[in-house]
Every structure is written in C-alpha cells, then in structure tokens.
Design a protein around this ligand. Structure first.
Ligand code: HEM
Length: 486
C-alpha cells in the first residue's frame, strides 16, 4: 500500500516537473536551467554573478537564457546588438514594474505610476545647465572644506593613516551630502548610518538578510528617515525635491522615505569610484607619473590654495590622461545590470543577422561589465589596468573600438545607457576629478606598504553600480608643505 502511494507520488512529481519544465524552442537562445528544479542557478548567481555569467558566456556565447529562482533571464552580451533592447520601439520591454518592486523592497517606497518619467525630468533640470553649474561650484567648495577639516586637530605636516576606501567614501559623501541636502549638523551621523545601510543593501535587494542583519537595516532606515526628514533650507536641492514630490501627490510618509532613495542614488557611486582611481594610480607608478605630469602643465594650478576654492576652472581644461585613467578605472569597476521585463513576445535581431524569440514573462538583461568592458575581443588583456587604453597616440581621447570588425557604439558603459542613463554623469566626473586633483596637489599620499596590492572586488556588488573592494588599502597622507610640489 505504502509502496503504491510512493510510486504514485513519484509519478505525480515527475509529471509536474515535465509539465512545468521548459524546453528550448527552435529559434530561442540556448537555455541553461541548472540542475536544481525551479531554483536553477540562483545559488551561483547570488554568490558571484560576475563569475557565473562569465562561465555561461564561455559556454554559450553572446546570448543565452538562464533560470534563476524560477525566472528565465536572457543575457544579451553582444554590445553591437544592445540597441535592440535599449532603443526598442515596439514596447516589448518594461522597466517600471521591476523598478517598483525594488523600490518597495529596498526603500519601503511606493510611488505613483507616472513618477519615474516625471522624476527623470525633474532630475535633468538640476543636473544640466545653470543649476548644475551651481551644484558643481558648491561641491567644489565643500570638497576643499571637508578635506582641510580632516586636519583641523593636527599639525598640518603630521602623517595620517587610513584605509583609502574609507577615506574616499567619507570625504566624497560628506561633500556630496552638504551640497545636495545642505545640512551641516548631522553629516557624521548620516554617513555612519548610510554605510551600515549600504553595506547590507545588496542582501536586502536579494532577500538574503540574516535575522540580525534585518534588525541593523531596519534601525538604519529608521534613523536615516529621521535624519533626512526635509529641512527648510530655501533653494536647496532637497527642498526642491520635496516640492516636486508634493506636486506629484506623494504623501508625507513616502516623501520621507524617498529622501533615502535619493541619498543612495546620488552618493553610492562617486566615493567608491574615487577609491579605485587613486588605488590604481598608487599601485601603477607610471600611471601616477603621467597624471601628475599632466596636472603640472595645467595653467589653473599656478595660483591656487585649498582655502581659496581651488581649481575652479579645471573643467574647461583638457585633461586626456586623467580622462583615460577614469574611463579605464570605470571599465574595470563599474558593473550595472540593465534589466527589462519582456511584456510582449519579441523577435530580437542580433548584429550578425541571427534572430531569437524572447518569451513574454521572461527577463532580458545586459551586463556591460562582461561585454563590452571585459571582453577580450574588444579590450586586449581586459583584466589589466592600462592607464592609456583610452588615449590615441597623439594623446587625444580614444573613442574607436571594434568587435568582429564592427565599430562599437558601446565600448564601455559605466553610466548605463538609454532612458535610464545616469543623470548625474557630468556632475560625478567633475566631482571625482576635482577630488583626485585636490588630493594630488595638496597632499602627499603614499601606500603604507609599498608592495601592497589593490584588494579584490566584493562579488556581492555585481549589478549594483560601482563595485566595492573586499577589504581596504592602507595609505598615509599629509598636507604638502610646498603646494603643488609633485
Ligand atoms: C562614478 C560615479 C557614478 C556612476 C558609475 C553612476 C552610474 C549610474 C548608473 C549605471 C545608473 C543607472 C542605473 C540603472 O539603470 O539601474 C545611474 C543612475 C542615476 N545616477 Fe548615477 N552614477 C554615478 C554617480 C552619480 C552621481 C554623483 C549622481 C548625482 C549626484 C548620480 C545620480 C544618479 C541618479 C539620480 C540616477 C537615477 C536616474 C533615473 O532614475 O533615471 N549618479 N547612475
């Protein structure tokens, strides 16, 4: 009797699996479901998405579908074919649904359906044109102040030791927060809580927090919602944002929660990016020398001091070596995933002429970190930091890269692309450049141990913008006695 029941149950499970299990149809991308029913590849994906997808790319090529926790995700890794998704004009892909789910999960936020497009317009008003110039000038002043302030209680020539990641993140965060939120009294507390929240954010998004971590996140969110509750600084970026939310009909509770979303959007990338730039320069002396030599030649450097808001005209000066260093750094360390839900069956035409059927209900995902950024067909020895990779022989900025003999529109994509491209790109580039130039012109900066290497990346951050290091790089620094002596 028991044996029959067992056989019946087994039969039912097999039937259920056969019924729910998907097979690859003729014109669909290669399908890799993994061995675990329903879960598929989720464990490998959560552990190190970069490594997992790289393995899948080696196995299947530029397009394939993987199963991750019951969801079928088609990875498109041929940059020559990206426009089929990014500039689709058939309304086959949707971003807002998934974005809404993430906002709820990470920030406890529910916003009106028309919010994303309106927010984008509002953001563009601030990060373009005259308003952006004001923000850049304010950021510039705050950067000088926070950098000087860190030496207030010491004799200026005294060496200070710190982790480079901690140093860059805290300085850029402080300057960025003061620029956009314009509140001085609570910046230390906000930074401290923000880092706790940011450290656990990827686990929060993936629903893999342990019980104690859930408590830490909840406490940080509560503290940050209070700390960020809209102030009354007339004309501040934050005040304008609150006004925008009110006009959108967002209630007071959601207005409060939206502040944390914007704090994260605007502050989570620049600090880590500055860390990688300085980290690569410190561990590649020939790159450091090339950047310093370029700085020495800048006319605006002849008469500046930290106290007198330096390098105001930096932006108008051509700095191709630094620009190449920044592009190369971001190529190696910016790892956004561009996800879309397939809302209508779609035939995707690849650059090589092949066509693939994408099924409604699946997802499609671009992961530019793997290709174009780490693609050996596009960038020779892609794991290596080559400071002049984005320089032509005549020292102009290099913009021509090829795959399969086709000139690429997308040869590196740290800022995303299409409708959701980073709205703060220009502001971010100026801030990072300003920060690095201030550091190199006004401080002696060196590795605590000359043989130190950059720490590896923290694999849990793949898909969330700038990568962060697993560990830190110890450095020492002091104010220069003779300014600009480099
Ligand atoms: C190296 C620094 C930065 C990098 C690599 C970066 C990258 C990105 C990327 C890839 C996205 C798109 C995210 C997606 O599609 O899911 C994005 C969005 C965004 N970024 Fe940046 N970002 C940086 C710095 C900044 C800064 C400094 C600001 C503003 C002060 C900023 C403001 C924003 C905003 C507001 C969005 C959301 C845009 C929208 O919702 O349409 N970013 N960023």
């Amino acid at each position: 009797m028991l044996g029959t029941a067992f056989l019946l149950l087994n039969g039912l499970v097999i039937l259920l699996l056969l019924y729910t299990t998907r097979r690859r149809n003729k014109n669909e991308p290669p399908l890799d479901k993994g061995f675990i029913p329903w879960l598929g590849h989720v464990l490998e994906f959560l552990k190190d998405a970069g490594k997992f997808l790289s393995r899948m790319k080696d196995k299947h090529g530029d397009i394939f579908t993987v199963r991750v926790a019951g969801i079928y995700v088609t990875m498109l890794l041929d940059p020559n074919s990206f426009d089929g998704v990014l500039n689709d004009d058939t309304n086959s892909f949707d971003f807002s649904n998934r974005r809404g789910q993430l906002l709820k999960k990470i920030f406890n936020l529910q916003l009106p359906g028309n919010y994303p497009a309106s927010e984008r317009k509002w953001m563009e008003q601030h990060f373009h044109g005259v308003n952006q110039q004001k923000l850049k000038a304010s950021m510039n002043a705050h950067l000088s102040n926070v950098m000087l302030k860190s030496f207030e209680s010491r004799s200026p020539s005294e060496w200070r030791e710190d982790g480079l990641f901690e140093l860059c993140y805290s300085l850029l965060f402080r300057a960025g927060y003061l620029t956009l939120f314009e509140r001085r009294d609570d910046v230390d507390a906000v930074y401290e809580e923000f880092r706790k929240f940011d450290d656990l954010l990827t686990k929060l998004a993936r629903g893999s927090l342990k019980r104690e971590e859930k408590r830490v996140v909840a406490t940080s969110q509560d503290r940050l919602w209070d700390l960020l509750s809209p102030g009354h600084v007339n004309g501040s970026w934050q005040q304008s944002y609150v006004q925008f939310l009110q006009e959108m009909g967002v209630d007071a509770d959601m207005q409060k929660k939206a502040q944390l979303l914007q704090l994260w959007n605007t502050q989570c990338n620049a600090g880590p990016a500055a860390f990688w730039v300085l980290g690569f320069l410190l561990t590649h002396p020939e790159a450091m020398e090339a950047v310093k030599s370029e700085i020495r030649g800048l006319p605006s450097l002849q008469d500046t001091s930290l106290q007198r808001r330096p390098l105001n005209q930096l932006e108008s000066q051509s700095t191709p070596v630094f620009d190449s260093v920044l592009s190369e750094t971001l190529r190696l360390t910016a790892a956004v995933m561009i996800n879309r839900e397939v809302v209508k069956d779609k035939i995707l035409r690849m650059a090589n002429g092949k066509e693939y059927h994408l099924r409604r209900g699946d997802r499609v995902c671009l992961f530019p970190f793997l290709s174009p950024q780490m693609d050996p067909q596009i960038h020779e020895e892609p794991q290596m930091f080559k400071y002049d990779r984005f320089l032509n022989e005549d020292k102009t900025v290099k913009k021509e890269f090829y795959k399969d003999e086709k000139k690429l529109k997308y040869f590196t994509m740290p800022w995303g692309a299409g409708k959701n491209i980073c709205v703060g790109k220009e502001f971010a580039v100026t801030s990072i450049k300003q920060f690095v130039f201030l550091f190199l012109t006004h401080f002696d900066l060196e590795l605590c141990s000359p043989s130190s290497k950059l720490p590896p990346v923290n694999p849990s951050r793949f898909g969330f913008g700038m990568l962060q290091p697993d560990g830190d790089l110890r450095v020492r620094f002091r104010l220069k006695t003779m300014q600009h002596e480099m």
